[in-house]
Write a protein that binds this ligand. Structure first.
Ligand code: CMC
Length: 442
């Protein structure tokens, strides 16, 4: 198989006649394993034993750096070529032409909706936007300075107690209702969390508005009034689309792993929110703004770049584990940033960011290491210009990522190969020893 083939091409070329021969030098035995879709089955390695009571060979793969944990038909990424597709559709076409709800339908239901399907989907979601007012009592229990993500994961988890029917995950119609409930209620909860942080009264959903319009209205309406800005709303919608799925990332893997215990989807999604809360996952755009603050003005950029090159810190918003030519989302975000800043005006941070990007892209250090702006380089600046506080950025990411979590949850449940997630370990602790009474302990 050649490296110039894309993953689907590799998959279609691979047949069960492809195989891998392995000789175990401990025993001299040779084994042959089928290679299919560019992988061998890890459980096949268990056949490699040194004796009958040997458990069999395992692989050691912390952080799943080289383990496919599932077969998935949802999102395709080719990091070297900068490709991202949802269900086959290139991300730039979706960002340009689709609404967030269309993309959510595409991801969760498998195909783009026709007009009648989209009407029903929109109507179903609109019908479920309200949350039980007891949720407000939960929110009131949070301190005034509670982190929005901490509150969000708490209230989404709490929703499972309001919908005990959601535990019937074996029923497809029931799963559809819960998907709709989550998509409908997450913007309401996300807006409530924001209002709580600001000490503002909660603004209830307005079902005469579209999905994004209603969300923004619940965030910013004061005294029942909010003047919508269509350019900013479309920019937010594009950002939500760009974040809607990214295959087996940390939060998605968390949703799949927790969902594999057959818990209800509210609990599984709150695990995804918890994973996203971490600074290594959802928090990088916040770090970009801190970095721009630290740099302060354009004249300080060369010294900052030198510091990064000498190993003192990183250029936040640059580099990606998967994308090594460019992050296709970053290109689209840059265009969106231009539209947003044409509305809101330039700010000093943006000027620093543009200059920083220009200098870094011409610098040998970054070129050699294939370091390009990623999705987070401009998204924080855009959110800030739209009026969102820094600690709220990850909540916007969660609202965007929800369709991906739900699509992956459904796919995991339907996949006959899946079982409860339960990795193995290499035990490195003490061998058996006898209990030591307190008076004998050192
Ligand atoms: N600034 C300076 N040097 C960097 C950077 C950076 N942002 N990223 C990587 N490098 C260097 C790194 O020091 C190493 O150099 P050397 O070979 O001399 O030791 C080389 O590039 C390879 O780095 P790595 O750590 O092996 O690369 P990775 O693929 O493990 O890391 C990354 C990917 C995203 C964690 C990293 O690029 C990084 O820390 N970036 C800054 C944080 C950031 O922007 N994170 C958001 C990622 S996008 C989020 C999403 O997709 O959801």
């Amino acid at each position: 198989m050649t490296d110039t083939l894309t993953m689907p091409e590799r998959a279609s070329k691979a047949t069960v006649t492809d195989s891998l021969s392995v000789t175990d030098n401990r025993t001299g035995k040779t084994y042959e394993f089928p290679v299919s879709e560019g992988t061998i089955k890890a459980t096949d390695l268990r056949k490699i034993k040194t004796s009958d009571d040997d458990f069999g060979l395992m692989t050691y793969d912390p952080a799943y750096m080289n383990t496919a944990s599932c077969r998935s038909a949802i999102t395709y990424i080719d990091g070297d070529k900068g490709i991202l597709r949802y269900r086959g559709y290139p991300i730039d076409q979706l960002a340009e032409k689709a609404s967030f709800l269309e993309v959510a339908y595409l991801l969760t239901e498998g195909e783009l909706p026709n007009a009648a399907q989209l009407d029903k989907w929109t109507e179903d979601i609109r019908y479920h936007t309200y949350v039980h007012t007891n949720i407000i009592k939960f929110l009131e229990g949070f301190r005034y300075d509670a982190h929005p993500m901490g509150m969000l994961l708490g209230v989404v988890g709490a929703l499972s107690t309001f919908y005990p029917d959601a535990k019937h995950i074996e029923d497809p119609a029931n799963r559809y209702v819960q998907r709709v409930r989550l998509l409908a209620k997450l913007p309401t909860l996300a807006a409530f969390v924001f209002r709580h942080s600001r000490g503002l009264p909660y603004e209830f959903p307005r079902n005469d508005l579209d999905y994004v319009g209603n969300y923004v209205n619940m965030m910013f309406s004061i005294g029942g009034k909010h003047e919508p800005n269509k350019v900013l709303q479309r920019a937010l919608e594009i950002l939500l689309i760009l974040h809607a799925d990214h295959e087996q990332n940390c939060s998605t893997s968390a949703v799949r792993a927790v969902g594999s215990s057959h818990v209800d989807p509210f609990s599984a999604v709150s695990a995804g929110i918890a994973a996203l809360y971490g600074p290594l996952h959802g928090g990088a755009n916040e770090a970009v703004l801190q970095m721009l603050d630290e740099i302060g003005s354009k004249k300080n950029i060369p010294a900052f770049i030198e510091k990064v090159k000498s190993g003192e810190g990183r250029l936040m918003g640059f580099g990606h584990r998967v994308y090594k030519s460019y992050d296709p989302r970053a290109k689209l975000i840059k265009q969106t940033a231009d539209q947003v800043f044409a509305e809101t005006g330039m700010n000093p941070k943006l000027e620093v960011a543009l200059e920083l990007e220009r200098i870094a892209l011409e610098d040998e250090y970054f070129i050699k290491r294939k370091l390009y702006p990623n999705v987070d380089f401009y998204s924080g600046l855009i959110y800030q210009a739209m009026g969102y506080p820094t600690d709220y950025f990850t909540v916007l990411f969660a609202v965007g990522r929800l369709p991906g979590w739900l699509a992956q949850w459904e796919e995991m449940l339907m996949d006959k190969d899946q079982k409860i997630a339960r990795p193995r370990q290499i035990f490195i602790g003490k061998d058996e020893r006898n209990f030591v009474p307190m008076n004998k302990r050192a």
